[in-house]
Write a protein that binds this ligand. Structure first.
Ligand SMILES: [Cu+2]
Length: 473
């Protein structure tokens, strides 16, 4: 972590020109120090040094913003600014975010806390912050033009309210929203319960991340901000597989995962090997008699969901969005289905003549991960990820829940690949392969085939080839 105290000592003078009646002048006398973070690694939980105790969350490929106590008020300082975010190894994007990263840092407070957030705008245009889901005074809700003037470039505004209800929240701009969200401006907010809550269980691990999406042409760095639906990078906390860290837990841990959706489409989030309960929504904890077990839960645009489960099956369990094009990275080519058409060797030859040419999927798309197709600089492969048994052939919204007997309590580091006990991995059958009896000419055991005079029809089925192949979801 680096601090930029020196810079903000200078900027503080400008900030003081902006004041609101709700905020005492004494408290404004000095801005809280700015904490900034540039590594995309998952930071360990931030144990609260002041205020009421709570069990902190772990933000996937992110971190929690430290605060200072000022006469009983928790003060945070967010800086809206351009950032460079490594979305996966070898692929970085020029985004906008907060305090050095997109998404911004997670804010963690306790129910009943009075919170004061200083927001400094270092973007080239005005901004604001909406505290998505919070109960707060109307003038603190952050809709520029409606609840407050937009924060001009170079200025600092102050938001202040009491975190009235415990739960999972988000923050994002409500000024030139389409641009600023497309550029990656968003963050998570957790309000922990102040005492034992009948509907909020204590857990051993509490993870959170945001679903977000970008449209970045292969080989370029900056998202296209006019994209409405046709995004080509589906990310968790502005990271794409294999850049998303695994969720590492100890066998029999009770695990909570909080997910917020700030993309423009829904995401059915699917966990392998375990059933979970949806214990919280945008509105707070769910009543116990409304909960049922699922392995997939759909998270609509603007929604937050908390899922909980007992991690009682050892192994490396896939955890991903179930829309298959959301577990792929950018495609720079229109891709007709070529299954059954053998182009072996041809594509490589033509690629030498026409660099943009590519035949994909003549035997399914798995070829893509083995072809070592030439990629423009700063481009993530579409399907990749080296697993213990070969390529995982995934991208985008995909990660792994690693459940280990020997993971220490409070240890979040990656334990490596699961070592399967012998005899517990799917294996090849090597005996003779018999023709299925139903393919016998006389119809086998089923009813005899009735010949009809209809002519056979050849159907050519193609995937819709939109811009980048991601149209219309
Ligand atoms: Cu999805």
């Amino acid at each position: 972590m680096t601090t930029r105290r020196a810079f903000f000592r200078g900027a503080g003078a400008a900030a003081l020109a902006v004041s609101t009646a709700a905020v005492g002048r004494a408290a404004m006398a000095a801005l809280p120090e700015v904490t900034s973070q540039t590594t995309p690694e998952t930071m360990p939980p931030l144990l609260p040094a002041t205020g009421r105790p709570y069990n902190p969350v772990v933000t996937l490929n992110g971190w929690t913003l430290p605060w200072r106590m000022n006469a009983g008020v928790k003060e945070f300082h967010l800086v809206a600014e351009p950032v460079v975010r490594e979305m996966a190894s070898g692929f970085s994007a020029h985004l906008w975010g907060y305090n050095g990263q997109s998404p911004g840092p997670t804010i963690e407070v306790v129910e009943g806390d009075r919170v004061r957030i200083f927001v400094t705008n270092k973007l080239p245009e005005h901004t604001s912050i909406h505290w998505h889901g919070q109960r707060l005074p109307n003038g603190m809700d952050g809709v520029a033009g409606l609840n407050q003037p937009a924060i001009p470039s170079g200025k600092t505004f102050v938001y202040e309210f009491v975190a009235r209800r415990p739960g999972t929240f988000m923050y994002h701009p409500h000024a030139d929203e389409m641009t600023q969200m497309a550029m990656g401006m968003m963050g998570f907010w957790i309000t922990h319960p102040k005492a034992k809550h009948p509907l909020i269980d204590e857990v051993n691990r509490d993870f959170c991340f945001l679903l977000n999406a970008f449209d970045i042409e292969p080989g370029s760095y900056t998202p296209k901000i006019m994209t409405m639906l046709d995004f080509n990078l589906w990310s968790w906390n502005s990271r794409i597989f294999p850049g998303i860290d695994s969720l590492n837990v100890r066998l029999n841990d009770k695990v909570r995962i909080r997910i917020g959706n700030l993309t423009m489409t829904n995401h059915p989030i699917h966990l392998h090997g375990h059933e979970f309960l949806v214990t919280g929504t945008d509105g707070g904890p769910t009543r116990k008699n409304t909960r049922w077990y699922e392995v997939t839960t759909d998270i609509a645009v603007g929604q937050m969901r908390q899922i909980e489960f007992l991690a009682d099956e050892e192994g490396d369990w896939a955890f991903h969005c179930h829309k298959s094009h959301h577990t792929m990275n950018a495609m720079g080519h229109d891709v007709p289905t070529m299954i059954g058409v053998d182009h072996r060797g041809l594509a490589r030859k033509i690629t030498n003549l026409i660099p943009d040419y590519m035949v994909m999927s003549e035997r399914g798309m798995a070829d893509m991960t083995e072809m070592e197709m030439p990629l423009p600089d700063n481009t993530a492969p579409m399907m990749t990820g080296a697993g213990p048994y070969g390529s995982v052939e995934m991208g985008g919204m995909f990660s792994v829940l690693k459940v280990r007997r020997d993971q220490k309590a409070g240890d979040y580091k990656d334990p490596g690949w699961f070592k399967h006990p012998s005899g517990t991995v799917a294996y090849e059958f090597t005996g003779p392969l018999a023709e299925p009896s139903r393919f016998r000419a006389d119809g086998g055991q089923s009813m005899p085939r009735v010949e009809t005079p209809a002519k056979p029809v050849e159907v050519r089925a193609r995937k819709p080839a939109g811009n980048g192949g991601h149209a219309g979801h």
